[in-house]
Design a protein around this ligand. Structure first.
Ligand code: UDP
Ligand code: MG
Length: 311
């Protein structure tokens, strides 16, 4: 019998944990396979730690990892995958935006399709703000147009993965993990599963705009070299405009169709334009150097304070 693990990262989720645990347990008990839950407490500062400790004390199918501080959603999911010894795993959020009641269907699709990955595509999002829906939609399309891999659109980390994929994932040495991208990248047999993303059952989002922005730029930096090519392209255009302007003013002087002395506007425009192009190019380079810097330091992605119910 294959075992199924549900990986749930939690950051300050005291408002949702009881209901979340109850509903997940309900869904798991209806499955024909043995199961367990792996909670990762990502340095919560509310009662999340105590609540999860209680679950783990009463229920030995609850495995628990406490981080030493808040490391972020992706490191938390990474820790879950790294510590999973089951044949199948589902990555879920604590807030029930991805209903655990879908677990039997997910498992069914995996079995009937013999899939290594069942990725869940959002047909619609009930709970999220207009801003979030719009930026998320735009992000997945921009990323796709920039990277060489075709990522499935409107697909988060909510997905079922098998041992083969987890073993490959555990081999990745890179620290900045864009997990949904990496899982697409490994290949094997991947099939979609369509669902409606619900509203959060309580608490508030742990992804403010600043975190969303870091997440999105990280994904682009790790999966695309397009920004570098675009910087080169921009430089090229700037040089071309420079040559045309130089010719225009020189010939204009000779043949008298342009009076360069009064060209304050053209001068200031070109200074701003070329200055902008240079700053932008340096900025893009700087971002990639930042990524290299982080990777070369090779610090651990997360630090564990305590583990429970792992034998
Ligand atoms: N999360 C985490 N660490 C963080 C931020 C979020 O472990 O630094 C968890 C959070 O508890 C939740 C999941 O990641 O289970 C997704 O976060 P959230 O639901 O707030 O994001 P949203 O659905 O609004 O994008
Ligand atoms: Mg959520």
């Amino acid at each position: 019998m294959k075992k199924l693990a549900v990986i749930i990262p939690c950051y300050n989720e005291e408002a949702v944990l009881y209901e979340s645990y109850y509903r997940t347990k309900q869904a798991l008990s209806s499955l024909p396979v043995p199961s367990e839950i792996i909670y990762i407490n990502d340095g919560s500062t509310d009662r999340t730690r105590e609540i999860l400790d209680d679950f783990a004390r009463q229920d030995n199918t609850v495995k628990l990892i406490h981080f030493s501080r808040n490391f972020g959603h992706q490191p938390a999911v990474t820790a879950g995958i790294n510590h999973c010894d089951a044949e199948l795993a589902v990555i879920m959020d604590a807030d029930m935006q991805e209903p655990p009641e879908l677990l039997p269907d997910l498992l069914h699709v995996q079995e009937s399709e013999q899939a290594n990955v069942v990725y869940c595509v959002r047909k619609s999002r009930i709970g999220d703000s207009k801003f979030k829906k719009w930026t998320a939609k735009a992000f997945y399309r921009v990323l796709n147009s920039m990277s060489e891999i075709d990522f499935p659109l409107d697909t988060g980390d909510f997905r079922l993965i098998d041992r083969k994929v987890m073993d490959q994932f555990n081999q990745f040495p890179e620290r900045g993990k864009y997990i949904r991208g990496l899982i697409s990248w490994v290949g094997f047999r991947q099939v979609p599963f369509y669902y409606t993303r619900e509203a959060r059952i309580g608490g508030s989002t742990k992804y403010p705009v600043s975190k969303m922005f870091t997440f999105a730029t990280g994904a682009i930096l790790y999966f695309s070299k397009k920004p570098l090519q675009m910087a080169t392209g921009l430089g090229f255009i700037a040089v071309l405009i420079g040559i045309i302007l130089a010719l225009w003013f020189t010939l204009g002087k000779i043949y008298g169709f342009s009076n360069a002395e009064t060209g304050w506007t053209s001068m200031i425009t070109s200074v701003i334009f070329f200055g902008g192009v240079q700053l932008l190019t340096v900025g893009v380079l700087g971002n990639y150097i930042g990524v290299l810097f982080d990777e070369i330091k090779a610090r651990p992605e997360y630090i564990i304070d305590e583990k429970k119910n792992f034998d």
